[in-house]
Design a protein. Sequence first.
Length: 331
Amino acid sequence: YKHSIINIKFIIFLSRNIMSTYHNYFSQNKLSINEVIDLYEINRSIFPKPSRMGKLKVANSISEISEKFDAFIFDSYGVLNTGSLLIKNVKDVLIKLKEKGKIIIVLTNGASYPTSNKVSLFNNWCLPFENEEVISSRDLLKDYLKNQDQIKWGVIGSPRSDLNELGVNGHILGESISKLNECEGIIYLGCEYWDQNKQIKLEHKFQNTSMQILVGNPDIVAPQKSSFSIEPGFWGLNFHKSKNFDIKYFGKPHLDIFEKAIQNIFKISQRKFNLDRIAMIGDSLHTDVLGGLASGISTVLVTSHGLFKNHDYQKEILRTQIYPDWIIPSI
């Protein structure tokens, strides 16, 4: 298990803007959901603002409310699957939605590997998703890089992150950061091989340098089997303390990825309809629901899997004031 785990003491230091001491406050202690919500709340200023309050209605499943919508955007983890396991009845639900003529899209912040890997995984599970129906934050990053000057990038990811597919010239800074001196910009894809010591060296190296930081996965943390892992969005936070860095985020809750999903839906359906006829279904208030509300579509919070499994989600809704339109236990 190669992910670092955040200690709540770090959250306190983060809120006091003395992030240079963050490396002293990591441990292998489990982070509670309350502490995860605290971490996201402290950094709300970098997220889009919801354009409205959701309706806070309750249903038993997607099939119960499916006629209210023409299209569904699904988060993956906590909605369709948990880790390598498909959630019960997901396949049947998706097939029935397609039989009813509904458009279904998957929206994921996974940026470490090409989106085709995700499509292959869904195909192995016999889920009815085509290539254009799966969108990742990596896709937006890839599109952005096409229009940028050719520089040498340092890419935080894994040896299998496939820089050729991403369309960048650079080095993987994962198991090794020996090529750090050659890098002119930094891209965060995934943190499987990243830790606080490497982050300290990176920040020290570029502390007086103006450069771009591209965060391919805005998630700050992600739920694992028994804890939460640090994700690229977490490391991106540390660059906000300096004006030298131009930081860009790709993925939920930022609006570009929702706009791309909406465009794909209209393209697939070959018609346009009101945005409230599109539902974003996810297990996270700060990525799925917040992003959906900010982009003008409807939102559905799943509570029996993922982030809020065995947790008082109602308390967190009130605390964050991020109100979904619908709440269901499972799709």
